[in-house]
Design a protein around this ligand. Sequence first.
Ligand code: E4P
Length: 217
Amino acid sequence: MKFFVDTADIGEIRACAELGLADGVTTNPSLVKKAGRPFKEVLAEICALIPGPVSAEVAALDAETMIAEGRVLAKLAPNIVVKVPLTWDGLKTCRMLAQENIRSNVTLCFSANQALLAAKAGAAYISPFVGRLDDVGAEGMALIGEIRAIYDNYGFATQLLAASLRSPEHVKQCALAGADVATVPPGILRELAKHPLTDKGLATFSADWAATGQSIL
Ligand code: E4P
């Protein structure tokens, strides 16, 4: 499973890349707002740092303007993937951009039927939102399994990019369900490294080492 970093914070992306944890990056308008920097400037920086796919979301809601925005975004760097919403106009945009060899990440996916349409439209990535389904009392992770089964049934090339992941358990379940990619906020990536028994064991080893009075350097 690939890890994409779900943030527009260049410092956080750099920190994850140092550990080989940034196979790509996803951004959205809320993350751009949080970063508080000009969109195109921050995208150019991310694309220069990370060779993998970097998702940049269109702002318009109608296909004609989305297509124009997608073309502009795609010109910023060769690794840009244009993020479009899972609406009728978004699917049309995805289709048109695919015909121009511009990759799309179809976002805000909440059902298997939506994911099926995105694959038919030629999406490079589908982004089902696990956490937001959990938020409304649905079983977000079940959607990952459904899309995996449907895409495998028909050999769709669209990559399953699990999004809206809020916990280490989400990440583990995505890996078990066969997601191609998990896009993970940097804080959750750090949590993946933690275990109380690691901390406890390290405290014992450190104390015992100190008691030996020795030094490695
Ligand atoms: C990434 O592509 C999504 O925009 C992001 O994972 C959404 O996460 P959220 O539901 O926690 O905002």
